[in-house]
Design a binder for this molecule. Structure first.
Ligand SMILES: Cc1cc2nc3c(=O)[nH]c(=O)nc-3n(C[C@H](O)[C@H](O)[C@H](O)COP(=O)(O)O)c2cc1C
Length: 184
C-alpha cells in the first residue's frame, strides 16, 4: 500500500529534529519543519506525525499542529514528544500527556515519548536562565528536605548541565505502530 506520510517537528536544540529525521528515514516519509507546514500541505498526506519537545509541561507546537491537522482534515494524526525526563519516569510522562490532551484526544491520538536530554549550548538565553533558575529552586528544596535521596540529588545534577540520553532505540515503538497500523 502506498500511503503518504508527513513527519513534521518543532525543535529548538535539535533533539526532536533528530528523532523526526530518523522516523522519516525509517518509514520513507516527508520531513518538514512545522513552521513551513500549512493546512493545504498537511491535507495532502494520509498520515501526519508531529513531534515537539516538552516545555514546562506542555508540548511545544502541539496546539498549532492540532489546528493544522483539523483544518487539513487529517485522518491519521500521531504525536511524539521529547524531553529531559528519562523514558523510565512513566508516571511523570503520563501526567504530562494529560496536560496536553483531553480525555478524548488521549484515546484517539496515538502518542509516544522519546527521551532527549538538555543542550545548554544551543538553548536561547531566556530558556537557559529558566533552566538555571529551576535547578536552583530544586537544589534549595532538596537541601531543606529531611531526607535527601540519591535520586533527588542526581536529578539536580542532571538538569544543571547538558546531557544527551537520546538513542535511535526510542523511535521503535512509534515506528512499529506506524508499520502495523498503516502499512500492513
Ligand atoms: C525552559 C525549558 C523547560 C523544559 N521543560 C521540560 C519538561 O517539562 N519536561 C521535560 O521532560 N523536559 C523539559 N525540557 C527539556 C526539553 O524538552 C528537552 O531538552 C528537549 O529534548 C528539547 O528538544 P529540542 O532539542 O528539539 O528543542 C525543558 C527545557 C527547557 C529549556
Amino acid at each position: 500500500m502506498n500511503r503518504k506520510i508527513l513527519v513534521c517537528y518543532k525543535s529548538v536544540t535539535g533533539f526532536t529534529k533528530q528523532y523526526a529525521e530518523m522516523i522519516a528515514n525509517e518509514i520513507n516519509g516527508t520531513l518538514m519543519d512545522l513552521k513551513n507546514v500549512t493546512a493545504e500541505t498537511i491535507s495532502q498526506y494520509d498520515i501526519v506525525v508531529f513531534g515537539g519537545r516538552f516545555f514546562a509541561g506542555g508540548v511545544d507546537g502541539l496546539k498549532k499542529a492540532k489546528e493544522l491537522a483539523a483544518k487539513g482534515n487529517v485522518k491519521n494524526f500521531v504525536v511524539f514528544a521529547t524531553g529531559a525526563t528519562p523514558n523510565t519516569a512513566e508516571k511523570t510522562i503520563q501526567e504530562a500527556w494529560k496536560n496536553n490532551f483531553t480525555t478524548d484526544e488521549l484515546r484517539r491520538i496515538p502518542h509516544f515519548y522519546m527521551q532527549g536530554g538538555l543542550c545548554y549550548e544551543k538553548m536561547p538565553l531566556p530558556e537557559k536562565l529558566m533552566m538555571k533558575a529551576f535547578a536552583a529552586v530544586m537544589k534549595r528544596k532538596i537541601k531543606n528536605q529531611n531526607e535527601q535521596t540519591e535520586e533527588d540529588k542526581e536529578f539536580v545534577r542532571a538538569i544543571s548541565n547538558s546531557y544527551d540520553i537520546s538513542s535511535k532505540v526510542y523511535i521503535e515503538p512509534l515506528v512499529s505502530f506506524l508499520k502495523t497500523e498503516y502499512f500492513r
